[in-house]
Design a protein around this ligand. Structure first.
Ligand SMILES: [Zn+2]
Length: 432
């Protein structure tokens, strides 16, 4: 599907790729943006068109955030994307900077004054790597709102809905209160036991919910009697209690409720507030609900599918109308650093004050047509500029005279991923 804007720049309903090709061939539309591909009509205003409401759905993750836009009237996924954050890189860069500054302070020169307990953090402060996650997600929500008529937003807010579990560890109610409750309990247990088998510590294996005191020996379905185990351990333990099986300490762990669940979700709450500030109606869903919805739809796991399955508003049937998934990678906007140092903090080179060279800047999406030589052919990608006229493009040297600009640098790199086939038997596996 392709985003369409009216001649006055208002978002219209996305259209099929074939229709987009027709519009372009007839000269009725022009390309407005390459990623995500957007057309602007020349002969129709927003007032002359019927526009449907869309729902933007988000699944915020630590490394990758899933994004999906759903046309609610037709129950179609019209846009799917996965946004990869660079929180780890930001953290590393700041640690590097801190080490260099510290070594300069140690040398007692005038260039970096001493600093000790003279900074304060405002309320609601988030670490830069986390704030970045929040900012990039909010950026994409704002961008997509300009390209598509988004009326509502759904996002995954918490891993598990403790209300739905009836505060299981406190109330002592059995956890079988419908299919959805089972999913919430499973997510809760996975978080509590660190997604590993409680007995052998195995991680990359299907994990099962396991009773510490077996049901046959009078054990209950209370969450404090449940743990996570791999299939082998579950079978080997059989009708023994955890104490008999040689793991008495697990009983204590099982009795303590998970306290830091709220801290884990701090970025999501901040995002929830940020999205609420857009003035749109924001629906919050739990991770257990997402998984339940995805299983009901018979979908395999991926970030954008999780996003499409977020929240109670997810329809029972959902048709995937997209041919590919837009993979968006945050690349940053360059550095302000004017002097690069070696690993000891000594300056080794200075950077020019200029960002643009020969009409291009680093990160611009370009198309290179190289007529002859070793790299003859057409190359498309993000360019790295240099002050001498030989730019880098996908590992090769290209002269700027061969380049045409496709899209200005916006801090993101783009590729496409496959949508992936429907997998029905996934519903049978206990935990993925
Ligand atoms: Zn095991």
């Amino acid at each position: 599907m392709v985003f369409v804007l009216s001649s006055d720049g208002q978002p219209l309903d996305p259209c099929h790729e074939a229709r987009a090709r027709q519009l372009l061939n007839k000269g009725r539309a022009a390309v407005y943006r390459t990623y995500p591909f957007t057309l602007r009509l020349k002969d129709r205003t927003a007032a002359e068109s019927e526009v449907h409401d869309h729902r933007l759905k988000l699944d915020p993750g630590s490394k990758t955030t899933g994004l999906a836009i759903i046309q609610e009237v037709t129950r179609r996924v019209v846009f799917a994307a996965e946004l990869t954050h660079r929180g780890g890189q930001i953290r590393d860069a700041l640690l590097r900077r801190r080490a260099i500054r510290r070594s300069r302070r140690q040398r007692h020169t005038r260039y970096r004054p001493a600093r000790f307990l003279n900074r304060r953090r405002p309320d609601g402060w988030l670490a830069p790597s986390l704030a970045h996650r929040l900012d990039t997600t909010a950026t994409w929500v704002a961008r997509l709102r300009r390209l598509c008529s988004v009326a509502t937003i759904s996002m995954e807010l918490v891993c598990f809905d403790t209300q739905l579990m009836q505060n299981a560890e406190i109330s002592g109610l059995a956890y079988q209160q419908g299919a959805l409750a089972g999913y919430e309990v499973r997510e809760y247990l996975l978080a509590k036991w660190g997604r590993t088998c409680a007995y052998c510590g195995k991680t990359d294996t299907p994990l099962e919910v396991e009773h510490l005191v077996p049901k046959g020996r009078g054990g209950s379905d209370r969450v404090s009697n449940l743990t996570i185990a791999c299939h082998d351990c579950n079978q080997r333990k059989g009708n023994q209690t955890a104490v008999e099986f040689g793991f008495p300490h697990l009983m204590n762990v099982a009795q303590t409720p998970l306290k830091d669940a709220a801290a884990v979700n701090s970025v999501r709450w901040a995002l929830y507030e940020r999205l609420g500030a857009t003035g749109l109606c924001v629906e919050a869903g739990s991770g257990g609900r997402t998984k339940y919805n995805r299983m009901c739809l018979g979908w395999p796991k991926s970030h954008w599918r999780d996003a499409a399955a977020v929240g109670a508003s997810t329809p029972e049937t959902l048709r995937v109308a997209v041919g590919s998934v837009l993979l968006i990678a945050a690349k940053g906007h360059g550095r302000r650093q004017m002097c690069r140092t070696d690993k000891y903090g000594f300056p080794i080179r200075h950077l020019p004050r200029q960002k643009r060279w020969f009409g291009f800047k680093t990160g611009d999406l370009v198309r290179a047509v190289v007529p002859k030589g070793r790299y003859a052919g057409v190359h498309v990608g993000r360019v790295t500029v240099r002050s001498r006229p030989m730019f880098r493009l996908k590992g090769i040297d290209v002269h700027p005279k061969h380049l045409t600009l496709m899209q200005q640098s916006d801090g993101y790199g783009y590729t496409f991923g496959v949508v992936g086939e429907k997998r029905a038997e996934d519903a049978a596996s206990p935990v993925s």
